[in-house]
Write a protein that binds this ligand. Structure first.
Ligand code: B12
Ligand code: SF4
Length: 497
């Protein structure tokens, strides 16, 4: 059969597509795990943000797919429904499958009305479910034995039982198929980027994270041989930069250290690596871990700081992962973690969440001030009520959700208010401060890649200060006017299809 796999074009404020266009790792993993006689094509629509409709029309014409699969996050739901509608009109007989976080956690939204409904929903991990689904479609078999699948039967969806998570060590999941990609242009600040997984899962339970509802609290790892082969494959496909997309690679620090050594021994340290990390792990083990990371080629570390105030950390259920033990005392791990990373010349992308239910202006300012002082690049977000997270229940209970428009659930649009501040005010405070923090990092980014700087420096600057004018920057116009213009631009650009 002919299969077309699409990821959605929607990006958010901190991922300006001029600088960052990352491949979706799920789709190449699915492509690598279907039976080999299928012809699979992968298209990351983030690469063609300005011509989504034309690209889909062309892909459907060229590849005449029997099955189209969409990978969707919640803030991409509206786009996904439009893409389904477009694909149905172009090729009415096609079977449409949706998977990823949003279809898994809010499957009911993909069922009606019929013109935008999917035929199948794959919940949770997709490789084996999707492989079995293609077999069943090809053989005109029933779908009732496929765990993790929901399928349309008459006017409703039948939801099969969940599929247990895969223990990755057993080799049930084959490596990704990057050759299936038909679009090009992946970039991480001027270097061709690819994504690689070394593990899946997390045993923490932060209240804002979708991971627990998606797959429970567990941690499974791929063998180093597989990971190194995967990195080699990414490099053979042109990658100069690798983003490790593990949910939480720092759960097992000894393994992470061994992985750094393996990367160095395999001479794969000529690539540049980025990763997401917990502050407690880096603070506790930084003396040995940070130098190894640097030697292996790690450059950007997305640090899940979440918040610098104890009460907020408690609300986010993120106290444990941000605490280090010193003798018998427990302390916040953030500054120590940042110090280790800086000492070993890595950049800290600081993930903070501001606008929690009891946040006052002072609470938000304290976090912004911290980011100003300590992080290299801010990745500040607002709490966002993704389907079925514990945090969503808290916000619902306190009636603090102000927007049900999920296309705004991108993390930098405030869709919840606090007991003391409106959502708009919360977003304004973040937006006003964050632009200047980003500006501060621009020279390092440009030094790091001068060619990118020359070609795109101005565009980056324009993106960072969208909505602002010389008058507003000089204080001759109220900044709230600039903020309104920024919000209008952001709203307009969400219409990808
Ligand atoms: C790596 C990562 C990123 C990277 C992106 C790399 C990339 N190109 O995708 C970065 C840091 C850039 C990022 C950004 C964002 N992310 Co993110 N990210 C993750 C993370 C850590 C891992 C995702 C991953 O690649 N996993 C590996 C792949 C193989 O697994 P997978 O995607 O789950 O796919 C499997 C199944 O879902 C399924 N599947 C997926 N698609 C499809 C499609 C079909 C057809 C089928 C059959 C199956 C299927 O099968 C796959 C294989 O088993 C997750 C989870 C986490 N712990 O935080 C969050 C997560 C996906 N991100 C999330 C969010 C919200 C975002 C942002 C909007 C804001 C933010 N928090 O930063 C931005 C938006 C990015 C953009 N486009 O502008 C949310 C999504 C929540 C939701 N309900 O939608 C998650 C779950 C984190 C959370 N907050 O809970 N992210
Ligand atoms: S530590 Fe990270 S991956 Fe684990 S539950 Fe918290 S936010 Fe999610």
């Amino acid at each position: 059969m002919r299969v077309l796999l699409l990821s959605m074009p929607d990006s958010f404020e901190h991922m300006p597509s001029v600088a960052i266009r990352m491949p979706n790792g799920a789709l190449t993993s699915l492509a690598g795990n279907v039976d080999v006689h299928h012809r699979v094509v992968v298209a990351d629509l983030i690469l063609v943000q300005q011509r989504v409709r034309e690209t889909i029309e062309q892909l459907v014409r060229q590849h005449t797919p029997d099955v189209v699969g969409l990978s969707v996050m919640t803030f991409q739901r509206r786009t996904a429904l439009k893409v389904i509608d477009l694909v149905r009109r172009l090729r009415p007989a096609v079977q449409i499958v949706v998977g990823g976080y949003d279809p898994s956690l809010a499957p009911e939204t993909y069922g009606t009305p019929p013109e935008v409904a999917a035929d199948f929903i794959v919940r949770g991990e997709g490789e084996i479910t999707f492989r079995n689904l293609l077999r069943a479609i090809e053989a005109h078999d029933g779908y009732d034995g496929i765990a993790g699948l929901a399928y349309r039967s008459g006017g409703t969806f039948v939801h099969n039982p969940d599929r247990p998570v895969t223990t990755l060590g057993a080799g049930d999941i084959r490596p990704p198929n990057r050759s299936a990609r038909v679009l090009s242009g992946y970039t991480m600040v001027g270097r061709q980027v690819d994504v690689v997984e070394t593990s899946r899962g997390c045993t923490f339970d932060c209240s804002f994270c979708s991971i627990i509802e998606m797959r429970g609290r567990n941690f499974h790892t791929y063998s180093f041989d597989r990971v190194l082969d995967d990195i080699r494959d990414a490099r053979a496909h042109g990658a100069e930069s690798i983003f490790l997309v593990d949910d939480n690679i720092t759960l097992n620090v000894r393994r992470f250290e061994a992985l750094c050594r393996a990367i160095i021994d395999a001479r794969l340290d000529d690539l540049e690596y980025s990763v997401q990390a917990m502050t407690s792990a880096i603070a506790t083990h930084g003396a040995t871990l940070a130098p190894l990371m640097r030697q292996a080629g790690f450059r950007y570390v997305f640090l899940g700081i979440e918040n610098v105030l104890d009460a907020d950390l408690e609300f986010l259920r993120a106290t444990a992962k941000n605490t280090r033990r010193e003798k018998s005392e427990r302390r916040n791990a953030t500054i120590q973690a940042i110090d280790y990373l800086h000492r070993h010349k890595m950049y800290v992308v600081g993930g903070l969440i501001v606008g929690n239910p009891d946040d006052t202006r002072d609470c938000i300012e304290a976090n912004l001030e911290f980011a100003r002082r300590y992080v290299d690049y801010p990745y500040i977000q607002h709490p966002t009520p993704y389907p079925r997270t514990p945090m969503t229940t808290d916000f619902q209970r306190r009636r603090l959700i102000v927007s049900e428009r999920v296309e705004e659930y991108d993390g930098t649009t405030a869709v919840v208010r606090s007991e003391h501040l409106t959502a708009e005010e919360i977003e304004f405070l973040r937006w006003r401060a964050e632009r200047w923090m980003k500006l501060r990092h621009l020279p390092s980014a440009l030094r790091h890649n001068p060619r990118f700087g020359l070609r795109h420096g101005l565009k980056m600057l324009r993106h960072t200060f969208r909505g602002s004018t010389l008058r507003s920057l000089l204080g001759l116009e109220d900044e709230r006017k600039a903020f309104e213009r920024y919000r209008a631009m952001r709203k307009a650009e969400r219409a990808y299809v």
